[in-house]
Design a protein around this ligand. Structure first.
Ligand SMILES: NC(=O)c1ccc[n+]([C@@H]2O[C@H](COP(=O)([O-])OP(=O)(O)OC[C@H]3O[C@@H](n4cnc5c(N)ncnc54)[C@H](O)[C@@H]3O)[C@@H](O)[C@H]2O)c1
Length: 392
């Protein structure tokens, strides 16, 4: 049996991500059952979705008939009885291994034997969550990005025991929702949350060394690099508690590889309660009447900053390919559509010249003498062979 427009969808967890996934599925005509363990959260999810869709009508992006159709297809439920004949269920509850495992086992006990079960986890291993199931072949990671209805990218992550048929069916369903799917190996951070680490980590390192302040680093990345947001603005927006937790979990999961080392500067912000925009102050001060310093708009300094962060990002992208986490094409698609980078990193590397990228990394490694800056073997091999990443 393959998944189709009529397939019945279950979503567990009516928070930010679960509500977004339910909205997408209902937009594409599926009957959806959205369950949350907390009735207040269900109400919040329903009210929030109605507001979002209402705004779409006001902006004339959707007709009220379309909105009524979407809302009529989503059933906000405080039990999982209706999940018995679901064809696929998405788990999108809190990021806690024990809680997720319990919930996944409960889903399996209710659904039919052909139902696919997917998790939206950002940081937990698919292998560990799959151990909660009796039939592990039906389980995989389907990782949406926030906000799910707007972000094009979805990472598809088979676990060690996932059946190829499960991957095929799940991927074609998500493709039918106009998403860009990429295939990622079950490794920490999958593609995006792994490859993007230097965007924050190297920016923080430059800041800690006192090479430039946060506003100057943000200016360089936006004005000279074409990134939509600077690393410090973005960390302030994500929240330092959340961003630091991801960095720390990736660092631990990679057995403390210095490439992923968290930063004291960010830790101190959290300890001081300066979590970013949500607490009124992070690196920037968002409180009323607050003044923030201007960047030092020096092109030479800006180029040093951009090049250093960019080559570290490229090195990480190369490593994802080298370690068979994903293909060159999928790594580029992931960074373009999962975090809206201005260019695919490996495409960018080809344009800059791989020998130049390698020499920048070698300079950093020679200067600092740190393993953090070691150039990836795949990059070195490409330079040796006179090849690019995108050459067949
Ligand atoms: N927020 C993001 O940017 C983002 C992006 C990608 C993936 N994710 C992942 O998606 C998942 C959900 O994240 P979120 O941001 O939507 O969280 P959230 O806190 O907004 O929502 C979680 C929901 O799960 C509910 N819940 C908790 N325990 C439950 C249980 N046992 N049974 C049923 N419902 C339960 C909560 O009431 C809440 O409504 C996490 O695994 C997270 O890592 C989040």
């Amino acid at each position: 049996m393959s998944l189709s427009k009529n397939s019945k969808i279950g979503v567990v967890g009516a928070g930010t991500m679960g509500t977004g996934i339910a909205q997408i599925a209902a937009t594409f005509g599926h009957p959806v059952f959205l369950f949350d363990a907390y009735p207040d959260q269900l109400k919040k999810s329903k009210d929030g979705l109605e507001n979002i869709l209402d705004r779409q009508v006001k902006k004339e992006r959707m007709s009220s008939d379309e909105v009524d159709g979407i809302l009529s297809r989503i059933h906000f439920v405080d039990h999982m009885k209706d999940f018995t004949d679901c064809d696929i269920v998405f788990e999108a509850i809190v990021e806690v291994t024990r809680t997720k495992k319990d919930q996944i086992a409960r889903i399996e006990a209710i659904v039919g034997k052909n139902c696919i079960i997917a998790t939206n986890t950002s940081s937990l291993s698919i292998a560990s969550l799959s151990s909660a199931l009796k039939t592990t072949g039906r389980f995989l990671g389907i990782h949406f990005f926030n906000p799910a209805p707007l972000m094009k990218l979805v990472e598809i992550i088979p676990g060690i025991s996932t059946d190829p048929e499960t991957v095929k069916q799940a991927r074609s369903l998500i493709d039918s929702w106009n998403k860009i799917t990429v295939l990622a190996k079950d490794t920490p951070g999958f593609i995006v949350n792994r490859v993007a680490r230097p965007f924050y980590g190297e920016a923080l390192r430059i800041y800690e060394e006192g090479i430039a302040d946060h506003t100057t680093i943000d200016w360089a990345m936006k004005e000279l690099g074409g990134f939509k947001m600077g690393p410090f603005e973005l960390m302030d927006l994500i929240g330092h508690d959340v961003n630091y937790a991801v960095t720390e979990s990736v660092f631990e999961a990679f057995y403390f590889d210095p490439r992923f080392k968290p930063s004291f500067a960010q830790k101190r912000l959290i300890e001081a309660g300066r979590l970013g925009k949500k607490s009124g102050i992070g690196f920037y001060d968002y409180r009323e009447g607050a003044e923030n310093t201007d960047p030092e708009k020096n092109d030479t300094l800006g180029a040093v900053i951009l090049n250093r962060i960019l080559v570290m990002l490229i090195n990480e992208a190369a490593d994802a390919v080298f370690m068979n986490v994903a293909t060159v094409e999928d790594v580029d698609l992931a960074m373009l559509h999962g975090v809206n980078y201005p260019k695919g990193l490996l495409q960018w590397a080809d344009e800059l010249g791989l020998d130049w990228v390698l020499s920048q990394l070698e300079n950093l490694q020679n200067h600092y003498g740190e393993d953090r800056y070691r150039p990836n073997p795949l990059l070195k091999q490409k330079v040796k062979d006179g090849k690019n990443f995108h050459e067949k």
